[in-house]
Structures are given as C-alpha cells and as structure tokens.
Design a protein around this ligand. Structure first.
Ligand code: AHR
Length: 574
C-alpha cells in the first residue's frame, strides 16, 4: 500500500513547502474541491419521472420519512454462546499519539500555567474523555518522529528545543517528554507502548532510556529519574523496535533491519522487578506496510529468523501499518462528501481482511503456535488535510463514515483475534482518524470515539462465532456486504453483539437466534446520523452520539431494526 507513496520528508518537509510546490507543478496533490469526476447521483436520477423526483426531494429533506417508509430487508443471525473462541485482547483498542501537529501539544499538553483546566499540564477534559473509553495502551512518541527522537531532550528542568522535520519542520519544545507521557498514561489508566529510535539513534541510547524508565536500583539514570520526580520505576509493557524501518525509519533492507532488531532486542532491557515474569515487556518488530511482494518478503524474512531465534534475542509481535487512503497522496475529503465517496472508502478499508490473511499465512508457516502477535499499530482513514490547516499536521474531520469504518476494522481484528492481539488507531487526538478534536479550550468527541466507547465490553471478552447471510449493498459499481456482525462473551458474563448496517439508504430487520444461553432480555445502543458525512462540531457536539435502541426478545430470538448506516451494540441478559 505504500509502494507508490512519497516519503514523509518529501511531502511534508520544510513546513509543507514542497507539498505546495508539487501541487502547482504536477497536480498530483489535488485541491480538495477537485476530486476526480465520478458518476453523480444527478446522472442516475435523470430518468426519474416528476413524481419520483418529488418523493426523492421529500425524502432528502426528511430522511426519517424515507427510512420509515421503506420496507426493511431481513437478515438472520445465529449465535451460539456456548462456542467461545480466542480472547479479544483489549489491546486491539489501543491508541497512537505522535509528536505531530496538535496531537500532543494542545491535544494533551497545555502546560501547568494554561487557563485550560489541567493536571500537571495535561488537559482534564481530554483525560476524562479517554478514561471513558478505557484506553488500554498508547504508542508514543511516533511514528516517523520516533526514529529522530532523542529522549534526553525531553527530561529534566531545561529542555532542548529541537525541530520536527517529518511533520512540518516546526519547533519541538520537548516539554512533553518521558515523565509527562507516563503521567498522562497514569491519569488515563493506560499502558506504555514506547517506540525506540532505531533509525538515527544507537542501541546504547535506547538501552539507557529503558534503564532511566525501569531501573529500581539506584543507578545514575534511576537516580536522575527520581530527581525528575518519579522514584518508583515505570512499567513499559510494549517496546517498538523502530518504526517503518523500510521507509521513514531508515530505508533498511529486511536483512539490515533484522541485524538491528537482534541487537536492540538483546540490549534494550526492562529492569522493573515487577516486569520480570507475567507482565514482561513485549517486543514488537517492524513488519509490513502493505500486501505487495516486498511486504510479504519482509514478513517472511523476519518470521523465518524468528523461527530460528536463539536465547539472545526475541520478539513477541510483528507490526503492520495499513491506512485507508485509496491512493497516495490522500485526496478524499473528510467532510462534505457523498455516497460515492462513502462506498469507495468502505470498499477500500475492507482490504484489511485480505492483508491480515496474507501476512498471517506467512506467520503461520514459521510460527504455527501463534506466539508472535500481528500488531496493527497504525491504521485508520487518511484523508486530505482540512482546508486552511497546515498540510504537515494531518488534521481531518471525523464523520459517521469513519465510525462505520472503525467498526468494520475492529470487527476484522476481532475475527482474527488469535493472531491479531494489538492494534493502535492513528491517531488519538487532532491527527488523522482521531477520537478527539480540540481547539484551544474546546474539545469534541468524534463519531469514532463513540464506536470505541460502545466496544468497551469487547475488551478482553471471548470471541463467539456469528453466522449470517449479510445481503448486499450496491452503489454504482461497488457492492459490499450490507451487514457485518461480531459477538463475544464479556468479562461480565453477558453476551455482546455488534451489528453494523453499512447500507446508507435501507434499514435492516435483524432476527438473531441465540443458542447456548437462555436469553431473557436485551438492551442496546445505536450510532447513526442523518448523513454519511455527519460530524460532531465544537458548536454541535452531539450530532453523532449513541442512542438507546429497542430490542425484542422472544423464544430465544432477538429482533431489532437497524437504521441505515448505523453501528449497534447490544447486551443479552440470561
Ligand atoms: O501516522 C502518521 C505517519 O504514518 C507515521 O508517523 C508513520 O509511521 C506512518 O507512515
């Protein structure tokens, strides 16, 4: 997927200057209003009689009328709650926060002197919102930023001011460093996923960072940490060894990266006494960025080496990055689009399933026991930057389409839960497909945020298979499964069911037969909105929020009606 993609330095370096130059020169970077021509609805409607046009106009003005007037198709699901499968690792719902645009500064960090309510410089509103979605882990400090990050710049009372050449060439004040990140994690209740610098750092620098964070004994670095305000060692649950080492992380060949991986895996140690056994630090190697042969060859090289690994190095995860972008550079708009762009983006996002299958097959060859997790630590929709925003800041809106996209991907991960045990959406705040958008003192939860909230019961639940005939949704030359669904047995003992109706026009009647438990009652919530491009704004933050949905339970069968373009989560009581 990244094959034809220009490097970040090329696209975003020097405050986006080359981006603008290239736009003018080649037209590769289309202005937002000039997306390629597509067949429009108007063309399709040309043959309609006047009466049909009137009905259509009315239904466009009153979409609810359209919904209730349409006969809903029926989809039958069958769930057997006695057949539980793999654990749905809560780390599938992880986040990614890079020093990029307003992801960290303004999004998380406002500083202790800010008029914006904060705790030790960290925004209280953002912390409260993130606590609600039970963020399991946060990957930090990058992304491409990680391979140029020097941790010593971000500790102590006097911080080095550096640059962020990957993302706009702006000043990096380093005021948010290791201790601030750990404080933030503590406030939101998440685990650390630290990406160490393999590209421009050396093993010693990374090893010393881990010693600074995790040593309990009074070494010089642990004493420094205590002097910086944290005598107790931190826990670092996940260690990312490089980022996209085949591209922005240093353009390495698989063999060159492998030799780095072995060295970092050997010497970058976690000294925290509490992490020597069950909670040991899990090491994640750089993996593929797409499905083409160069990526399967990369997976093959790393996994083959893993199969023969000796005591002196190890890995627990292989990272994979896959964005929904359709084509590079990102040109789809994140707001003000129609059904065509809705269908095209969803079709593209569903490629995630094939990608996982492809790399899982290679992994299975060398690791049939599935000891190594496939970690999808960068995924999500990547659209054109919002007009007027800094092109290197990757700021985009988040619509109902993104909520559907998030649900479809989470469902794919869940169905692969035996191999896919961690995923980190890109990125948590103000960057790409965010949970939260902020503007100075204002904050809004995005439609994607609400999907994460609705999926909380699936964290660490046990997979339960669901069978159904999904039906079809067709728009132009695109046909997609109309309905998607997953089920799980929650830690609370309840059966949980998620059902997405992709079809933006037609409701769906669901009839679900539930075996394995005596279903007595069910409650649920649904997330939908009038349009596929409906968004939450600072002024209207509740346009796309979950609402209760009625579920009938009779004779072990659940019935409910799904609105068009909706995500629904229900819990079944026995
Ligand atoms: O998420 C934005 C960027 O995308 C990351 O920095 C990089 O790893 C990926 O290419």
């Amino acid at each position: 997927m990244v094959a034809a993609r220009p490097s970040k330095a090329e696209v975003f370096g020097k405050c986006g200057k080359r981006l603008r130059d290239r736009t003018a020169e080649s037209g590769i970077f289309l202005p937002l209003t000039r997306l390629p021509e597509r067949p429009t609805r108007i063309a399709v409607r040309r043959d309609f009689s006047a009466i049909f046009r009137l009905i259509l106009a009315l239904t466009m003005i009153f979409p609810a009328l359209a919904t209730s007037a349409m006969a809903a198709d029926k989809v039958e699901l069958s769930v057997d709650a006695s057949k539980t499968g793999a654990k749905i690792d809560r780390n599938l719902f992880g986040q990614f926060a890079e020093h990029l645009g307003h992801g960290i500064y303004d999004g998380i960090w406002v500083g202790p002197d800010s008029p914006i309510p904060n705790t030790r410089g960290i925004r209280n509103d953002v912390v409260a919102a993130l606590r609600e979605i039970k963020v399991p882990d946060v990957r930090w400090p990058g992304g491409c930023f990680a391979d140029e990050y020097h941790w010593r710049n971000g500790i102590g009372s006097s911080r080095a001011v550096t640059l962020n050449p990957n993302w706009g060439g702006v000043i990096e004040p380093n005021t948010f460093g290791t201790n601030e990140f750990m404080d933030f994690l503590d406030q939101i209740g998440a685990q650390a996923y630290i990406s160490v610098n393999v590209g421009s750092g050396i093993p010693r620098e990374a090893a010393e960072w881990l010693e600074y964070m995790t040593a309990a004994q009074p070494t010089t670095l642990a004493t420094k940490r205590a002097a910086d305000g944290h005598p107790a060692p931190y826990q670092v649950r996940f260690l990312g060894i490089g980022n996209e080492s085949w591209d922005c992380g240093g353009n390495m060949t698989p063999d060159y990266y492998l030799s780095q991986l072995k060295i970092y895996s050997r010497f970058v140690r976690n000294y925290n006494p509490a992490q020597q056994d069950k909670k040991q630090m899990l090491k994640i190697a750089v993996g593929p960025g797409g499905g083409e042969p160069r990526w399967t060859e990369w997976t093959e090289a790393i996994m083959k080496a893993y199969q023969h690994h000796t005591w002196s190095w190890d890995m627990n995860g292989l990272s994979m990055h896959s964005y929904t972008v359709v084509k590079w550079p990102p040109s789809y708009t994140s707001e003000g689009f129609g059904e065509t762009e809705y269908a095209q983006i969803l079709k593209s996002t569903l490629d995630m399933n094939d990608l996982i299958n492809k790399h899982s097959a290679v992994m299975d060859k060398y690791d049939p026991e599935k000891n190594v997790a496939l970690v999808i630590d960068e995924w999500g929709a990547w659209y054109a930057p919002l007009p007027g925003s800094h092109p290197g800041f990757l700021l985009q809106q988040n619509s109902l389409r993104d909520a559907v996209l998030a649900a479809l991907n989470l469902n794919i991960f869940v169905r692969h839960a035996d191999r896919v045990r961690m995923a980190n959406i890109a990125q948590m705040i103000n960057v790409l497909q965010s949970m939260i958008l902020t503007d100075k003192e204002k904050m809004v939860r995005t439609p994607t945020y609400y999907v994460y909230k609705m999926y909380v019961p699936f964290q660490d639940a046990s997979f339960v298979p669901v069978s159904f005939d999904a039906g079809a949704y067709t728009h132009g030359d695109i046909t997609l499964a109309r309905v998607d669904a997953i089920a799980a047995k929650g830690k609370d003992g309840k059966l949980w069911l998620e059902i997405t109706n992709i079809d933006p026009n037609q409701p769906v009647e669901i009839e679900a037969s539930v075996a394995g438990i005596a279903a007595k009652s069910a409650t649920g919530e649904t997330l939908t909105a009038p349009r596929v491009d409906s968004i939450n704004t600072f002024d209207a933050p509740n346009s796309v929020v979950p609402e209760p949905i009625a579920v009938k339970v009779q004779g072990g069968k659940l019935s409910l009606k799904l609105e068009p373009k909706s995500i629904t989560v229900i819990s079944v009581e026995q």
